[in-house]
Design a protein around this ligand. Structure first.
Ligand code: PMV
Length: 317
């Protein structure tokens, strides 16, 4: 028996604009993970994927349309494996689904890692990331690729998506980030499940109706990401907070915030965080606040009191 895992993630800044070629910054959440355990099964069993937490079980050869079955098959293709192994992959996750914490990508990355290790050919982060990206496309249509990248590389990243070109899709720009000073994040879950493709599709329609206005919003969000990168490198947490607040104003203008998100963000600011914003697709899902270690507990408490269904805290260094 063998277990592989992958972390959850948060987008620190740049969501939505990243779909339109602007930079975004994402951080792995090392302490909130998805795991895939793989074990041998009797000959003839085929490859089975089980997700006991949601009571699901798929026979890969039969459920060919399921995203995880497709991912398992593509992994086998990548490994040049002609035969379906007789094995059971059990998936578990501590990452809440459809909330902006990258649960789908983390489950996918854990599955690819477990399967490739089981077959004796562990894949590198770039290969894991590419496979997970392909399966994310089944769900999201036009994902930027940031989720699969951060969970596969498992480090803070600067990300710019590859622009489609005539000779195929270009590779994204992925750069590790320098974090000049440790800081803490309080992440609050609104409890409102919001599939990413809904706000992404709405923003696209609005952009098509009013490209000039939306291109301006995206450019401003991209500029903020540039400044956030500098603030992180310099360890300037106060500046980081201000920039995240500015990013939130632009996300409001894009129409992807929600009353629940605003409530949690307002509470975090009142409790003394340096800055707060929604994270991920929006419409629900999660918000994050940058805090000093000393304020971590007070901000987490305030976010819970304001209606968060759960709160995670994590240290970025
Ligand atoms: O909701 P999440 O965490 O999957 O993030 C979506 C981020 C977007 O920029 C809105 C979409 C994307 O594909 O990057």
């Amino acid at each position: 028996m063998l277990t592989a895992s992958a972390p959850g993630k948060v987008i620190l800044c740049g969501e939505h604009a990243v779909v339109y070629g602007k930079p975004a910054i994402a951080l792995p959440l090392a302490n909130i993970r998805a795991t895939a355990t793989i074990e041998h099964m009797p000959t003839g069993s085929g490859l089975i994927i089980a997700a006991p937490d949601i009571g699901e079980r798929w026979q890969v050869s039969k459920q060919s349309g399921h995203a995880l079955a497709i991912l398992a098959k593509q992994t086998l293709d990548q490994l040049g494996s002609k035969q379906m192994p007789d094995a059971l992959i059990t998936l578990r996750s501590a990452i809440p689904v459809a909330s902006g914490l990258g649960s789908g990508a983390a489950l996918g990355a854990a599955l690819v890692r477990a399967l490739s290790q089981h077959l004796g050919t562990p894949l590198d982060p770039a290969q894991v990331s590419r496979l997970v990206y392909e399966s994310e496309r089944v769900f999201h249509g036009t994902p930027s690729g940031i989720d699969n990248t951060v969970v596969s590389y498992e480090q803070a990243i600067w990300f710019v998506r590859g622009q489609p070109s005539n000779d195929g899709v270009q590779l994204p720009t992925i750069e590790p980030l320098v974090i000049g000073r440790q800081f803490a994040l309080v992440i609050g879950d609104t409890g409102v499940r919001a599939p990413t493709h809904v706000p992404v599709g709405r923003v696209r329609q609005q952009w098509q109706r009013n490209p000039q206005q939306y291109d301006t919003y995206f450019a401003e969000i991209g500029q903020i990401a540039n400044e956030v990168r500098h603030a992180l490198a310099e360890g300037d947490i106060v500046r980081l907070g201000t920039l995240l607040n500015q990013n939130q104003e632009l996300l409001q203008l894009l129409g992807v915030s929600s009353p629940q998100l605003e409530q949690l963000i307002t509470a975090a600011r009142a409790a003394g965080c340096w800055g707060a914003k929604l994270s991920g697709g929006g419409d629900g899902g999660i918000m994050l606040a940058v805090v000093d270690d000393a304020k971590q507990e007070a901000v987490a408490r305030a976010v819970l009191d304001a209606g968060a269904t759960r709160v995670f805290t994590t240290t970025i260094n």
